[in-house]
Write a protein that binds this ligand. Structure first.
Ligand SMILES: Cc1cc2nc3c(=O)[nH]c(=O)nc-3n(C[C@H](O)[C@H](O)[C@H](O)COP(=O)(O)OP(=O)(O)OC[C@H]3O[C@@H](n4cnc5c(N)ncnc54)[C@H](O)[C@@H]3O)c2cc1C
Length: 466
């Protein structure tokens, strides 16, 4: 039974990777710590439950990583994917600290495993959690409990009392027990982004947001982020920027996880509701392009698109949760997809006529390209002519949003006037926009949470002692 009448040194709001790293780090630094996780115990851990790997710099190959990934290379990759929209000081700090995280996270009970094969080719750069994100979380929760961190589930924070940049208390709402005031000397906000708040997304995306599917937890509604920004914390990031991939249109509205993602784009073509192609499906290797397709589909009519391919490539990518929709002819397939048959036949005929001879190799930028059509398919272009014809309907799958709270190297929130908050820290998705202005490099979400979580916990504990 947690004694909520006492005043804790550190209050952590959230129950994912960032929250647990902060809680463990604060507790190891000698602080009393309370974690409030809004979700029920079974669903604890937010989006972290769905993860598989983390990107950390390292100077040499390890037991599980196939080669070095220097700080400089990590920085260059980040610069590339964000187009320079990143806080260099914070990003370089995070990258430097990520080196130590590889061991630190193991000391907290997490285990690594060799890279999984498949589509993203991350064996050198990203460390995979043995058993996936859930196993990773279970280890962190076990460690936190053993250290004496108090944890409450079904514990949604619905209000924060903040005066002049200083956190005073939080209002907690529980299904049993109702509302309670919780007091603590310091606050760590680790309550995720606002991706599960469709109404909030609509402010920037309009009605289109109704057609978005949310890949992760329904509990990341951005309530804490919104309160912090309303109560004087400086915001960072573009509210329309997020990580979004194309996922199966038949996936559930929330929490479909990784198995709903489609990695077959490069093996076929993608058409919109008018049966027209709209982007080069072979622009670059898939690990560098998978994360643009959510936004591309979001920009199409009714936010839906269809990956179309034929029977020759079915075994070239991971088996999918939802089977492809099949037709013996293009017209039959179009009928099942409720597309105009003549339009789809025209698009595929024109595409096939534009395909030039080449040697197919999906692991490299091969010479299989189209000529004379717009948009082109610049690699891996092969004719779609062997029935049955197949299709996956896809919609934008939102992973997480980038709008967040501004922080400094101590993970301390900055107020609108530029001054550091007296006692408020942030880690994870809620401050991801400091590092990710746009774009994404696979595995960096967990780096942001682990590095800044660890720092936030340590600094919050230090702050509480003073
Ligand atoms: C399908 C999928 C796969 C992914 N795969 C990877 C991967 O392999 N590698 C990678 O680096 N990233 C991956 N990501 C991104 C990654 O999940 C996030 O970047 C990371 O988990 C964020 O951690 P976090 O602790 O900030 O947020 P979360 O883990 O989402 O935790 C937020 C927590 O806050 C709680 N919360 C929210 N509001 C309140 C409130 N008002 N009161 C109390 N609690 C509240 C939620 O219940 C939740 O527990 C993936 C995401 C998804 C959806």
């Amino acid at each position: 039974m947690v004694d909520l009448t006492r005043r804790f040194d550190v209050l952590v709001i959230g129950g994912g990777n960032a929250a647990l790293c902060a809680a463990i780090s604060a507790r190891r630094a000698g602080a009393s710590v309370l974690v409030l996780e809004g979700a029920p115990k079974f669903y604890r851990g937010g989006n972290t439950r769905h993860t598989r790997n983390m990107r950390c710099a390292h100077d040499a190959a390890t037991e599980i990583l196939t080669g070095p990934y220097t700080e400089e290379e990590f920085w260059k990759d980040l610069l590339l994917v964000t187009g320079g929209q990143t806080d260099e000081e914070l990003a370089r700090f995070m990258i430097h600290e990520s080196k130590d995280i590889l061991n630190w996270i193991v000391e907290q009970g997490v285990r690594w495993q060799p890279s999984l094969g498949g589509t993203l080719s991350l064996g050198r750069t990203n460390s995979f959690f043995l058993g996936g994100g859930r196993a990773m979380l279970n280890a962190l929760y076990r460690t936190a409990e053993e250290l004496g961190v108090d944890i409450l589930y079904d514990a949604e924070v619905i209000d924060l009392v903040i005066e002049d940049g200083m956190f005073l208390s939080a209002q907690l709402k529980q299904p049993v027990g109702g509302k309670t005031e919780v007091r603590a000397s310091t606050l760590v906000g680790a309550a995720g982004g606002f991706e599960a708040n469709i109404e909030w997304l609509k402010q920037y995306w309009g009605e289109a947001a109704d057609n978005f599917l949310i890949r992760g937890t329904p509990y990341n509604r951005g309530t804490i982020l919104k309160m912090l920004l309303a109560k004087g914390v400086q915001e960072i990031g573009d509210p329309t920027q997020c990580h979004a991939v194309a996922i199966d249109a038949r996936a559930p509205k929330f929490d479909g996880g990784i198995i709903t993602r489609h990695d077959s784009v490069v093996f076929g073509i993608v058409v919109n509701r008018h049966a027209e192609r709209f982007y080069d499906e072979g622009e670059d290797i898939w690990p560098k392009r998978y994360a643009i397709w959510g936004r591309l589909v979001a920009a199409q009519p009714d936010q839906i698109a269809y990956i179309i391919f034929d029977s020759t490539v079915v075994t070239s990518f991971m088996p999918t949760l939802f089977p492809p929709i099949a037709g013996a002819t293009i017209a039959e397939l179009a009928g099942k997809l409720e597309l105009d048959a003549a339009a789809l036949e025209k698009t595929i005929t024109e595409f096939n006529a534009a395909v030039q001879p080449g040697t197919f190799d999906h692991t490299n930028l091969d010479d299989c390209a189209t000529q004379g059509i717009t948009p082109p398919k610049t690699h891996w272009a092969r004719k779609i002519d062997t029935p049955p014809y197949l299709a996956y309907p896809v919609r934008p799958g939102i992973t997480f949003t980038y709008l967040g709270t501004r922080v400094n190297r101590e993970a301390r929130m900055l107020m609108k006037d530029g001054k550091p908050s007296a006692n408020m820290f942030a880690a994870g998705e809620i401050m991801a926009g400091n590092v990710l202005g746009k774009g994404y490099a696979a595995g960096i979400g967990m780096t942001i949470g682990s590095v800044f979580g660890r720092v936030a916990g340590r600094e919050a504990a230090k702050n509480a002692r003073n």
